[in-house]
Design a protein around this ligand. Sequence first.
Ligand SMILES: [Fe+2]
Length: 247
Amino acid sequence: MIRIAAVGDVHVDKDVLGRYRPALEQLPDVADVLLIAGDLTRHGTVDEAKCMAQEFGGLAVPVVVVLGNHDHQSDQELQVMDVLRDAGMTVLEGEGTVLTLNGHRLGVAGAKGFGGGFAGACASSFGEREMKNFVGTTEAIADKLGAALRGLECDALVALTHYAPVPETLTGEPLEIYPFLGSYLLGQAIDSAPTALALHGHAHHGSERGRTPGGVPVRNVAHPVIKQAYNVYQLLSEEAGAGLVNA
Ligand SMILES: [Fe+2]
């Protein structure tokens, strides 16, 4: 069995220091790895990244993260990634990693993702250059995520994004902003590989549970949604095989 702790949208700055740490110190008792689904900081500054590294660094389990839109706000995302990597975290942007946990290989492919909307109500690559750039950005990110997922050799495969791959986990958000919260292209990428679990954040007013059209369980782990330091999901258990327990 692999136990995956997950949270997103932790938005760490100096005022948040210490809020997560007591629960994080308990992690080795309840989980084998921590995945963080972006919006690690409030405004994406190097100072905030250092706070994030202080709060989530030096844990007794591996930490794998993607960035969110907030982490791009100050145009310092490369420096932010450096700070997090220096603190021992694995930062994924359109790539994957394989961790051996309890004798099982966990593959994690991660990307921030982007918007565009969902089937029947999505942006299309037509007309103005700005619109093509918007949709093209999502297409490029989804392509990289799909390739990363398909390229991993592992026993259980997890997709980690900030933006949502399905609309179900946005339930509770205003319909009008769905196109800014995620894209069906991310869902297609997830369905292009034998993904066991898809984790995302970004939708603070959304819902925890959804499923891709291909049947992959999706969980919105934004901190305001799960209302605790992390949720724990189990893969490769005897009862659920390669799938998610309580899928
Ligand atoms: Fe966000």
